[in-house]
Design a protein around this ligand. Structure first.
Ligand SMILES: Nc1nc2c(ncn2[C@@H]2O[C@H](COP(=O)(O)OP(=O)(O)OP(=O)(O)O)[C@@H](O)[C@H]2O)c(=O)[nH]1
Length: 199
C-alpha cells in the first residue's frame, strides 16, 4: 500500500516529484498571503532561510488543520541574491529585470519543506542550493523570456532547470530536486526512517 499524503501547494512539479516517487498525493493549495507574510518577516529581520521555513509551516498548518489525521506537506522557496529576496515574477518585464540581476552572479535558492499531522510539525528541512549564472546579454534575456514566459512565470527564479533554463547556468552546488521545488531525497529518507516506506 503506497503512502498517502496531502500537499498544501499549487505547484504542479512538487506534486509530480512526489507521485513519481510512488506516493499517493492529494493537492490542497493553502492560498495564504505569502507576499504580506514575507514582507512582515523581512521587516522583523528574518533571514531568507527562516522566511522559507515559516511560509512552508504556515501552508502546512492551514491545510493540516482542515484535514485531521492526514500527513500534510507545506513547501516554500525563496530566492536570495546579495540579501535581496526575489519572488515569482508578475510580468515578462519583471522576469527580464530579475534575470538581468541574476546574470553573471551566484544566487541562493532556499527550498523548505515541513511535514505535519493534526497541526503538529513532525519534520522540516530547508535545502540550500547555490546557482551560478553565466553572463546573459539583454537580447538573450528578452528572447528567453518571450519564448518561455508561460512556463517560467510559475518559477521563483524565472527559470525551469529541467527545461531550457538549464542553459542559463555555469554551475550549481546542491540538490536538483530542491531547485525544482522540494528536498525530495531528504523527505524520503525521513519516511523510510519512520518505517512509512518499504524501500
Ligand atoms: N518546474 C520548476 N519549478 C520551479 C523551478 N524553480 C522554482 N520552481 C517553482 O517555483 C515555485 C516557488 O514558489 P512557491 O511560493 O514556493 O510555491 P508556489 O508555486 O507559489 O505554490 P505554493 O506551494 O502553493 O505556494 C514553486 O512552484 C517551485 O516548484 C524549476 O527549476 N522548475
Amino acid at each position: 500500500m503506497s503512502l498517502s499524503l496531502i500537499l498544501a501547494s499549487q505547484s504542479a512539479i512538487r506534486a509530480q516529484l512526489l507521485r513519481n516517487a510512488g506516493l499517493v498525493v492529494e493537492t490542497r493549495p493553502a492560498r495564504i498571503d505569502e507576499e504580506m507574510i514575507r514582507h512582515a518577516l523581512e521587516a522583523e529581520g528574518a533571514n531568507p532561510r527562516d522566511v522559507a521555513d515559516t511560509l512552508a509551516e504556515m501552508k502546512a498548518a492551514k491545510v493540516s488543520a482542515a484535514n485531521p489525521g492526514v500527513l500534510t506537506l507545506g513547501a516554500d522557496q525563496v530566492l536570495e541574491l546579495k540579501g535581496r529576496i526575489f519572488a515569482k515574477p508578475e510580468s515578462p518585464e519583471e522576469a527580464a529585470e530579475q534575470l538581468r540581476a541574476l546574470s553573471g552572479r551566484t544566487h541562493r535558492l532556499l527550498s523548505a519543506l515541513v511535514a505535519m499531522r493534526d497541526g503538529r510539525p513532525l519534520w522540516r528541512h530547508v535545502a540550500e542550493v547555490r546557482l551560478t549564472m553565466h553572463p546573459l546579454s539583454d537580447e538573450f534575456i528578452a528572447d528567453y523570456v518571450a519564448r518561455n514566459w508561460d512556463s517560467i512565470r510559475h518559477a521563483v527564479g524565472c527559470y525551469k532547470l529541467e527545461e531550457e533554463g538549464v542553459r542559463l547556468f555555469s554551475g550549481l552546488e546542491g540538490d536538483y530536486f530542491a531547485v525544482l521545488g522540494l528536498p525530495l531525497i531528504e523527505f524520503l529518507n525521513w519516511l523510510r526512517a519512520r518505517g512509512e516506506l518499504t524501500t
